[in-house]
Structure formats: structure tokens, C-alpha cells
Design a protein around this ligand. Sequence first.
Ligand code: FAD
Ligand code: DLZ
Ligand code: SF4
Length: 511
Amino acid sequence: MKTLRLVLGDQLTRSISSLADLEPARDVVLMVEVAAEATYVRHHKQKIALIFSAMRHFAEGLRGEGITVDYVALEDQGNTGSFEGELRRALLRHEPDRVIVTEPGEWRVWQMMLEWRETMPVPVEIRADDRFVASRDEFAAWAKGRKTYRMEFFYREMRRKTGLLMKGDVPVGGQWNFDAENRKSLPAGYHPPQRLRFEPDAVTREVLALVERHFPDHFGDLAPFGWPVTRADALKALDHFIAVALEGFGDFQDAMKRGEDFLHHALLSPALNIGLLTPMELCRAAERAYLEGRAPLNAVEGFIRQVIGWREFVRGLYWNEMPGYAETNALSARRALPDFYWTGETDLACLKECITATRRNAYAHHIQRLMVTGNFALLAGVAPREIEQWYLLVYADAFEWVELPNVHGMVMFADGGLLASKPYAASGAYIDRMSDYCAGCRYDPAVKSGPGACPFNPLYWNFLIENEDKLGNNPRMAMPYRNLRRFSAERRAEITREAAAFLDEVAPRQG
Ligand code: FAD
Ligand code: DLZ
Ligand code: SF4
């Protein structure tokens, strides 16, 4: 049976299910660069370049194996600009008996594919994406009957399933989780390791020029572009991370430092999410480093937890809860996203640092996303949809299955606590403790109100005041609410006034 096999831009894995039983003499692999995918949100220029370049390299690799690849480039004549249009044109060109595709990473595209099964002239088979440790069904079975989902319990299941850092039924080191050791701030004068960048080759240079021609107004800097775009380079990036950065990954996981965009983070999420690496490859490499004495347990366990814990957990939650998940707004947040999220032009030094790094790299590390840009959006009450769009377009690793639960659930608490037991709300003191940002800021984290006060301070207390009916009885919020209840009526009124004056200027209320 002649089969047309459609491979999407984040499915660049040779062992992907859509290619499993490929017959090189008969089948055709279809890959398409389409304007609709580059513009449904106006992705960071580096993200588009990463995907187009990685797609072109992947196609070359398949051709090298003698496989017929029909590759439609963005500027090819007749390109209709959409998955559906290109699939229809390819059906006319190749006249296959059937189409095979692996399920996509976004609900939007999943709906499209389900429709194809009804509307395309040949049968369309949608296969499960087995590049994850847990299948969608496995997560659904785990989630069944639970009112809230907690990553820690799911993670233990994944440890048992994979055997990672396990001695029989017992976790290595006698504990599942070493997070308490993973909150160190950086010592003065500390220099994090140098990280690998990959010089653009001819294919990437051509793509960079194409992106500049077609998407000049999209967010972010295109150069310097240093992401790995092939599996070979992604493997080098993995080896380099394990060799130079994993050792300090645990200790400095929550730290932030001016001018240091990467610290000890892996920088592997773009390659991982488009399929150049697999999650188990990352975890086995980290586990090996522990077993060979090259990295401590708190670092290796912490890293493995991110990959088979958080990453698998948010993916399972996404598919279990969509499409309703995206619609909730438990804290009734309605403000506009401040303009400085696009420009980086703000006097709040922490936000300026994280947003300008995001523009420069299409990357920010987890704690910058959660505790700076995320924390501000939560305290300011930015409408979930606005901040979600921002996160979906500014990072090279952003795909809705992973972005949405992190933003909607972890950052914005818009799901009312399905994912997290409490909002990660914090005042300026937290940012001051975990970074050196405040030393270069015109505001002072120690000043609670009035001119010169760190805006995170009134915003934090205002957030507690505004959401007292929804969060006041949350046991994990007991301490801050106890403190708030000691405030006089005048102090509360002053906080509300100060926060409103600040927010009305940077993030006007909508609707
Ligand atoms: P490291 O810090 O070195 O972590 C190692 C790996 O663990 C990552 O590569 C990633 O695959 C995985 N990981 C870590 N934390 C998470 C998490 N919370 N959820 C899922 N996987 C995780 N990650 C994305 O891949 N795409 C996104 O669109 C995305 N959006 C986020 C938005 C917000 C508001 C927050 C708080 C987090 C988001 N994350 C997202 C998770 C995390 O910030 C990134 O995976 C991480 O920063 C990627 O960089 P790294 O490879 O250096 O990660
Ligand atoms: C993100 C992206 C972009 C920018 N462009 C393409 C493209 O031209 N062709 C393609 O196959 N995939 C692209 N992607 C990735 C898709 O958006 C992604 O596969 C879906 O969102 C499903 O996860
Ligand atoms: Fe950010 Fe406040 Fe520190 Fe300035 S003082 S860097 S606004 S936390």
C-alpha cells in the first residue's frame, strides 16, 4: 500500500511512530514549511529558524537513507501556507492509498487531524506519539478519581516504571527528592561554565535569511543563532551539559545572576521538544554521570525529576484536561500584558534582565520564567490568555502541550489548583535572595511602600488582598494570610491604592 507519511516540525525523530513501518521503495515522506504554523502566534525569529533548519536537515538525513522526501519550502511556488492545503496538494502529486501521521503536540492541530479522517479522500491513520515515558492513556488512568494532580506522586510512578535511580523498589539515596538541597544562591564572584553554541552551517544560514525576509517584525533577535539543529549536534550539547554543567545543576537550580543567561541549566529543551533527543536519553546520561561519580545525587535526581516528572506530568495533564483547561480563570485575572514584556524597557531591573535575555536567546531558565516574568504576571492579574500567548511565542522550546500547563496552572493558578497546591507568589525579598538583580535596580526590595519601594512588594500584598476569598483558606497560604490579617485597615488601603496606581499605568484593566 503506497503511504504518504506526514512529519511535523516537532516530530524530527527517526524512530517516530509515523515512520515505523516505512517502505523506502514505495512510500513518500511529506514535510512542509507553512506560514500558518509560523504565524498562529508570532513566534520568536530563532524558534522559526530552529524548526525550519532542523526540518531541512532531518529531510536530508532521510534522503541519505534512500527515502523519498517531498519537502515543501516556505517560498516554493504554490505553497498554500497550511498543513491541510499542503496535504491535499501532496495527495494529488503522489496518489497514495493512505496517509499516516503521528499525533501532534497541540490540541489545535489534533482537531485538524481528526477532521482529516472525515474529509480527506484516502484513509488517515493517526498514531500515538510514543516519544514520552507515559502514554496519554497511562496518565488518564493515574489521574482518574483524583481532584487535584500532584507531580511528586506521578514522578514516583515514573521512577518505578523506568527504574531510573532505583534499587529495586527503593529510591537511590533513600529519598525520592533532594529539592531541599537545591536552593543555593551563587557565591560572590562565581563563574558558571562556558556553554556550547553551534555555528550556523549553509542550511541554517539560508533559513536565517528566509526568516529575516518573511518575519522581520516577529519578536526577538535572530542573531547570534547557536541552537543545535541536527541530532549529532544535539548529542554534543547533551554530552557537554553532562560534562560541565550537571554537577552544579541541583545546587544552583533556583539561582539568577545578571549577565549570566544559562548558569547550570541544560539548554536542551528546544532539541528535546522537536525530537532531536529523547527524554530517556537525557536521563540515562545523567544517571550514568552519577553512577560514575561525575555528578552528585541532588543534581542528578533534580534533573531527572524535571524530565520524567514535570515534563511528563504537564503533558499528561494537558491532554487529559483540554480543551476546557485553557478556558478557566480561577482568579478572574483581567489586566493587559504590559508593553515592556515586548520591549524589555522597564525600570524593574529583574524584569528587564529576563525579558532582554528572552529577546536575545529565545530562552530563559526556569526560575526566571516562574519567579520573575511569571510572578509579575500573577501578581499584576494579567489575563491568562495574554500571558499564555506571550510564553508560547517567545521561547524556542514552546509548544502548547508544555507551555500551557506551566503558565495557566503553575504560574497563573488559573486552574484553581489542579496542578499546584498554591500560587508561586513572591515579593521582592525572594528575587533579592535568589539573584543579584536588585543591586542594579532603582527600587529597593527592603522598602515596603512609597517611592523607591520594590513594586513587587505592594503587588504581593495586593494580590493576597484581592484574592482573599479564593486563597484565604488554602492551608499552604496560612502564613502570608496570618501576616496580612495583622495589617491595619489604613495599611491595607494604602497597599490597594499603591498597587492600583502602578498597575493602571503599566497593565490597564480590561473588560
Ligand atoms: P533545565 O532547567 O536544565 O531542565 C531540564 C529539562 O527538564 C528541560 O530541558 C525540560 O525538558 C524539563 N523541564 C524542566 N522543568 C520543566 C517544566 N516545568 N515543565 C516541563 N518540562 C520541564 N518548558 C518547555 O519545554 N517549553 C515551554 O514552553 C515551557 N514554558 C514554561 C513556561 C513557564 C511559565 C515556566 C515556569 C516553565 C516553562 N517551561 C517550559 C519549563 C522550563 O522552564 C523549561 O523546560 C526549561 O527552562 C528549559 O530549559 P533547559 O533545557 O535549560 O532546562
Ligand atoms: C512551530 C512550527 C513552525 C514555526 N513551523 C512549522 C512548519 O512550517 N511546519 C511544520 O510541520 N511544523 C512547524 N512548526 C511546528 C508545529 O507548529 C507543531 O508541529 C504543531 O504545533 C504541533 O505541535
Ligand atoms: Fe526586581 Fe524589585 Fe529587585 Fe528591582 S528591587 S530587581 S523590581 S525585585
